[in-house]
Structures are given as structure tokens and as C-alpha cells.
Design a protein around this ligand. Structure first.
Ligand code: SF4
Length: 753
């Protein structure tokens, strides 16, 4: 099915058609009422009749309704997809060009510059999208999550996105999960999305927001309660009478920033605010369908009566007493009331004067956000006030930009000194060419974004970033100091009234210039554009299949000591530029790994000539010599992000086995998908027995079968041998991946018959 500029009604009908029956089945199997998250999960199970559903334990296969990818993560995902040989993606999919636009001057100049410097990446994404029936959203059309909320999200749906703030769509009652590229490739090729059945955290909202308190304060409060790890492995489900008082885009803000507490996703129950938003964004038919099945787009009534029985944890928040918060610096869970933050900053050596104030990001760039911010700006202008700091505004989408321009809101913000940037991520992801101050001086910024770890916004560890609501960002811009509390203080003799917002434009949304490029009907003559000498993109060759032989005398390229995350295996930072070029990004392989033999980071002894070299240079040397190799990890090898490069790079350079004391589950699965054998020592002591000059053999591979240990042998330099046993988690299907050389090779083989 070719992708369209919004979710087709037929797709929503399919999801709702089976919802009643699946809810009944879920209640029967679990023997109790269901929360909304459970209803949606059960409705998207590949096998709803026999799949285990034990929270925090079972792994389940789901069929999401759609996939969304941003331009940085889409590159390798699509390069992999191409090797599967499929004529088109298996589920509706979109690509959004938002991360690569650098904020420097203002929207038009910055966009032009981005089109120029990123042209080859954009040309590739556009051509590959056209070829495989993927919807392509051009640079300037908006930030992925705002575009998804405006066009694709729907109550009761399930989607995955290759970006951590995908849960933004929970504002429209969707289970929307941020994933790595490998999961996106799975779903685009027709495999299920496999994830651990989440725990459930309920947030019971009562009362209603007023004055300077905004939806952002709800998630800033939840972050304070749960901390940055408290939501890990859980879906955060909001409920209660307070939930229905928050607008759809306000709900989106809250769900979006659930990523900062590590939650799998967050969501709200369907209500009139969602229906109104669907209608305002030209999706009346979907609102009507949702109204027809509304009771199944909310938790069963018993849940709210006795939430402790159904959630693993319940948090109570009375919106009527919630005060405006500002969280930071360096961590999004470090909450302060605006009345206290000035004193806290003074006591902790953080500058109280604000150097820059920024409104925007996928978290807070809706029409409602901008109307609230502009209402304060208008008061300021009327009293002759201007921003005392730099003030930067990034609209979330072209639709929001065109509408706020038409309604005079951009002019309100520009009148107090605001500069409007492109409809993109910009400073939220470090795409900020900042020249306004000396980077060696510690400085404070306030923004309405979500993440505020050091260097996130301007690449400068001396910048202390605080996150707060757009309203408070404007207040700080006008006062220029964290000491200011608009609830009690005046700025230059002027008392600012609380912000006033409109959740939806009275004249309707102005869609602006369309940024959507639909795939053509006939894709046979489309060539995917990748220059052979490109630094940033490289077409992938399928990995070779297993040669039916045991692996004999593999050199040990590296043995990791202690923590070895996917970031240690494949670093980010400057290497992000090469995310679409497997050979070039392999220049970072294992650079962050601590060598267990020497204690040095990122280097070891080349088994071919005994020289000390960087791990990526050794891997290249071995690969060019046609020498297969293995590596050894410690506990929980490959924890962290689900970055597929951490599995693809070793495979590309000739790794065939990774041994470890234990594996992080997602990375272990990624290794299997790329045709590498992840083997766990049956006896952890084996790790200590492996020496720098040893060779390791893996025996009996022809008999590789589920739940059967694999025999291995260490051969010492003097010829002595040590036999040891390993275990694995391969299923019969995954063993076929190993034999074929990768999971995608299986799909390609099916295509070619
Ligand atoms: S605006 Fe920020 S948080 Fe949102 S998608 Fe872009 S980089 Fe990520």
C-alpha cells in the first residue's frame, strides 16, 4: 500500500474491527478488566490466543500499524531494508527530514544551507522512499513527532519510530514506541516487533491546570517522582478526571517527555479533546470511528475505582495544586519550583542570568504552546518590554508555522526580539551553530525541550540547560534571570498576567506549503541515488552465508573488561555523520572498549603481526587478510541503545562469534539478525581463562539446535587446549538466519525463489 499524507481511514477501521473481540479475549485470558495500554497491546499481538502476557517477563510479537523514521536513523535502516529484495515496505512507513538542519541565522537561510550540505542524504532518502512506497516528508515540513501527531497518530493504534520521542503520539491515545533501526527493519520487512511485555505505571490526575501551570509541569513532576530510570520497561498510563481536562497537544507534551524517565511509552485515554484535535486536523472520519468504539479506547471502568490492583505503581497528581516547575541542569528529573530555582542556582554555582531562551522542539511547539507564549509576548510589547536574552523559536511543523504566522503570533514573538528558526529539531539535538558567547564561560539557558544533559544543545559542557514550559521560557527571556518568579515578581515594573492559550485555531489550521512527497504508482524506473564515492552513504552487500564448517582457531580481536555498551562498541558524536556508510562508521569499532589484557581503551594487539593498533585498524587488517575472528565481552555485553551499527560493524569486519558472560537482550538479537553467533559462557570463569594470544574454536555447528549447548575449545600459544561449553538463545527460525548469513538474507532468498 503506497503511503499517503495521513493515515487512511481503512487502516483505522481494520484496527477497530478486531478491537472488541480482542478486548474480550484479553479479559478472558487475564481474568480481569484491562487498562487501555493492555487493550491496545492485545489488539496488536501476532498471536493473541497463546502469547504469554506476563508483565516484565514475557517477550511478545506485535504487528504495529506503522513505522516512522527520522533522517539520521533512517539511513542505515533503509540501506538494510534494500538488501531484503522486497518490492515495498510491509507496513505504512514515513521518513521525516528534521534532524540535519542546523540553526545558525534564521529559518530560510538555515534551510537553504541544510539542503545544500545534506543534499546527498536527502536525495538518497527521497529516492529510496519513492522506490519502496514510503512517504517522504521534505526538510522544512516539520519535526517527526509533530508531523505524526498532526497526520498519522490515531487512538488505539500502535506504531514504532526510530527516535526516542516517538511516544509523543500517546497524546492521541496511541501506543507509540521509540526503537532502533533493526526493529524498524523487522517491521518493514514483515517480521513482528518483539519486545518485553511492559509493566504498567498509572498516573492518576485530578483537578485542572490554571495560571502559569502547563502540561509540561505534569511530566516535569512525574520525572521528579520517578527519576530518569523509574519508567524503564514500563508504559505510563494517565487516567482520572484531570486527564480529560488536558488538550490533545498538551497530552502529547506529557507523553513525549516520558522518554526522559526511560518509559517504553506513555499514553492517555480517548476523550473529547482528542476528537476535537482529529477534526481540526482534517480527520473527522477517524474521530467518528473512535467515537463509535470509545469505551474500548479507555481503560475498563474498574481500573479507575481500584488502580492499585491493576497497575504496578500509581502516582497521584492534583493538577489544581501543581506549581510551575523548571528542571535541570544536566538532568531532566532535577525539579525546582520557579520560586526556588534562583536560590538553588546561586547555592550551586550555576549562573542565574540566562544567556538564551528557546521555545520549540517536538515536545512544546503546538499551536496551543505558541498562543500561550505569544500572549505573554503581547503583554510585554504593550508595556515596552523586550527579551533580555537571545530568544529562538522553532515551530514544530510547517502547519503550525503557517498558522501562527497567519494569526499574528510569530509577529508577537518577533516584536520582543524573537528569531524564528526552521521547522526542525535545531538546537534540541545540538544543531546549533552558537556564536553569541565565549564557550569557555559557564552559562545558563532555558528551553521548552526535553533532554538537557551536558552538550545536548550547543555541544558545550559549560552550558547549563533547564527545561520548562514555553510560557516560563518567555518569562525568563523577558527578565533575563532565574531569580524571576512571574507569580510574585514584576519585570521592569510590569506584572505579567498568566498566559492564555487556544488549543485549536479558530480559523482552522493553515497547512502551509506541503512537505509530503507521495511515492509514485510506478516505481520500476526509480534508481536509488548513492554516489560511489560518497563519504556518508554506502550501499550494503548482503553478508555471506555460513559455509557449513566449524569455526577453527579464531583469533581474539578484543576482550572487553567491565561495562561494554553499544556506545563503547560503536561511538556516536562525530561518527553520526557516517551512520549511512558502514565502511566509514566501522572506523569507530570498539573504540570505547576497555581492553581486559592491558586496561587501555580502544586498542589491542594485532593477532596477525603482534603490533599494537586501534581495534578498528586491527579489524580492518584481519578483514582484508580474510581472517575471521571473535571477540569476548563481560557481563551484559551490548547494553544501552539498540543501535544496529554495533552488530553490523563487527560482522562487516569479519566477526563470526561474540562470547560473553552475559548479553543485553536487544544487542544479542541484533547480533543474531546479522548472522553472528552470540554465545554465553556456561561457566563465567571461562572468561578469565582466555588469553590475548589464544585461538578459539567453535565445534559441532552443523548440529546447532535450540536449548543445546555449543562446545568450544581454547588453544593456547604452546598448543595446550581448554575445552569449554557455551549456551545460546537461538530459536529454530533464528538458526536459519545464522545459516543464511543474516535474517534479511532469508527474506531475499524467498523473494528470489
Ligand atoms: S525536537 Fe529534539 S527531541 Fe524532538 S525529535 Fe528532534 S531532536 Fe528529538
Amino acid at each position: 500500500m503506497a503511503e499517503t499524507a495521513s493515515t487512511p481511514v481503512s487502516l483505522v477501521e481494520q484496527v477497530y474491527d478486531r478491537l472488541r473481540e480482542r478486548v474480550a479475549l484479553g479479559r478472558e485470558r487475564l481474568g480481569r478488566p484491562l487498562t487501555l495500554a493492555e487493550k491496545i497491546l492485545i489488539n496488536h499481538l501476532r498471536d493473541a490466543h497463546s502469547q504469554e502476557m506476563e508483565r516484565g517477563r514475557s517477550y511478545a510479537d506485535f504487528d504495529p500499524d506503522r513505522v516512522a523514521m527520522q533522517d539520521a536513523t533512517a539511513q542505515m535502516a533503509l540501506l538494510q531494508f534494500m538488501t531484503a529484495g522486497l518490492p515495498e515496505v510491509a507496513v505504512p512507513t514515513t521518513v521525516h527530514c528534521d534532524h540535519l538542519i542546523q540553526a545558525k541565522v534564521e529559518a530560510n537561510i538555515d534551510l537553504k544551507f541544510a539542503l545544500d550540505v545534506n543534499s546527498e542524504v536527502y536525495d538518497f532518502l527521497r529516492s529510496v522512499s519513492a522506490k519502496y512506497k514510503i512517504g517522504f516528508w521534505k526538510p522544512g515540513s516539520g519535526i517527526i513527532h509533530q508531523v505524526v501527531l498532526e497526520n498519522y497518530a490515531f487512538p488505539g493504534g500502535m506504531m514504532i519510530g526510530t527516535d526516542s520521542h516517538t511516544p509523543n503520539a500517546g497524546g492521541l491515545g496511541m501506543v507509540a514506541i521509540g526503537v532502533g533501526g533493526a526493529d524498524a527493519v523487522d517491521v518493514m520487512t514483515g517480521f513482528p516487533f518483539n519486545v518485553r511485555w511492559p509493566k504498567l505505571i498509572g498516573v492518576h490526575l485530578t483537578g485542572s491546570l490554571s495560571g502559569w501551570s502547563a502540561p509540561k509541569d505534569v511530566i516535569l513532576k512525574v520525572a521528579e517522582v520517578l527519576t530518569v530510570k523509574g519508567g524503564t520497561g514500563a508504559i505510563v498510563e494517565y487516567f482520572g478526571p484531570g486527564a480529560d481536562t488536558i488538550t490533545a497537544t498538551g497530552k502529547g507534551t506529557i507523553c513525549n517527555m516520558g522518554a526522559e524517565i526511560g518509559a517504553t511509552t506513555s499514553l492517555f485515554p480517548y476523550d473529547e479533546n482528542m476528537a476535537a484535535y482529529l477534526k481540526a486536523t482534517r480527520r473527522e472520519e477517524i474521530a467518528d470511528l473512535a467515537n463509535g468504539i470509545a469505551q474500548h479506547l479507555r481503560s475498563d471502568p474498574e481500573i479507575e475505582l481500584d488502580p492499585e490492583r491493576f497497575f504496578d505503581q500509581v502516582i497521584e497528581i492534583d493538577l489544581s495544586t501543581l506549581e510551575p516547575l523548571i528542571n535541570g541542569p544536566d538532568s531532566p528529573d532535577l525539579a525546582h519550583q520557579v520560586s526556588d530555582v534562583g536560590a538553588w542556582a546561586r547555592e550551586n554555582g550555576v549562573p542565574t542570568n540566562v544567556s538564551s531562551a528557546l521555545v520549540g522542539s517536538c515536545t512544546n511547539s503546538s499551536y496551543e504552546d505558541i498562543t500561550r507564549a505569544a500572549s505573554i509576548a503581547r503583554q510585554a510589547s504593550a508595556n515596552g518590554l523586550r527579551a533580555k536574552t537571545q530568544l529562538l523559536i522553532t515551530p514544530g511543523s510547517e502547519q503550525v508555522r503557517a498558522t501562527i504566522e497567519r494569526d499574528g503570533l510569530l509577529a508577537d514573538l518577533e516584536a520582543i526580539g524573537g528569531t524564528v528558526l526552521a521547522n526542525a529539531c535545531g538546537p534540541c539535538i545540538g544543531q546549533w551553530d552558537r556564536t553569541d558567547l565565549d564557550p569557555s564561560k559557564v552559562n545558563t539557558i532555558v528551553n521548552s525541550y526535553n533532554r538537557n544533559f551536558p552538550k545536548r544543545n550547543d555541544g558545550n559542557a559549560n552550558t547549563k540547560a533547564f527545561v520548562t514550559s514555553p510560557d516560563m521560557v518567555i518569562a525568563y527571556a523577558l527578565s533575563g534571570t532565574l531569580e524571576f518568579n512571574p507569580l510574585t515578581d514584576e519585570v521592569d515594573g510590569v506584572r505579567l498576567e498568566p498566559p492564555v492559550g487556544e488549543d485549536l485555531p479558530a480559523q482552522g489550521f493553515d497547512p502551509g506549503e506541503s512537505g509530503f512527497v507521495a511515492p509514485p504508482d510506478n516505481t520500476s524506473n526509480i534508481n536509488v541515488v548513492v554516489a560511489p564515492d560518497s563519504e556518508r552513504l554506502q550501499l550494503l552487500e548482503p553478508f555471506p552465508g555460513w559455509d557449513d564448517e566449524d569455526y577453527i582457531d579464531l583469533p581474539v580481536l578484543m576482550k572487553a573488561k567491565g561495562k561494554c555498551t553499544t556506545d563503547h562498541i560503536s561511538a556516536a558524536g562525530k561518527w553520526l555523520r557516517y551512520r549511512g556508510h558502514l565502511e566509514n562508521i566501522s572506523g569507530n569499532l570498539f573504540l570505547g572498549v576497555i581492553n581486559a589484557f592491558t586496561g587501555a581503551a580502544g586498542e589491542g594487539k594485532d593477532p596477525l603481526d603482534g603490533e599494537t593498533r586501534s581495534f578498528p585498524d586491527i579489524a580492518k587488517h584481519l578483514s582484508e587478510a580474510g581472517q575471521r575472528w571473535c571477540a569476548v565481552g563481560d557481563e551484559n555485553y551490548g547494553e544501552g541503545s539498540s543501535r544496529e551499527h554495533a552488530a553490523m560493524e563487527p560482522r562487516y569486519r569479519g566477526a563470526v562469534v561474540i562470547f560473553a558472560r552475559s548479553f543485553a537482550r536487544i544487542h544479542e538479537a541484533n547480533l543474531k539478525k546479522q548472522g553472528i553467533l552470540p554465545l554465553t559462557f556456561s561457566d563465567p570463569v571461562t572468561y578469565d581463562q582466555i588469553g590475548e594470544d589464544d585461538r578459539i574454536s567453535v565445534l559441532g555447528l552443523a548440529d546447532l539446535s535450540p536449548d543445546t549447548p555449543v562446545r568450544c575449545r581454547i588453544t593456547k600459544p604452546d598448543g595446550a587446549t581448554v575445552d569449554f561449553e557455551t549456551v545460546h538463545t537461538f530459536s529454530p527460525e533464528q538458526i536459519e538466519w545464522f545459516r543464511a548469513g543474516s535474517a534479511l538474507n532469508i527474506i531475499r532468498a524467498k523473494q528470489t525463489g
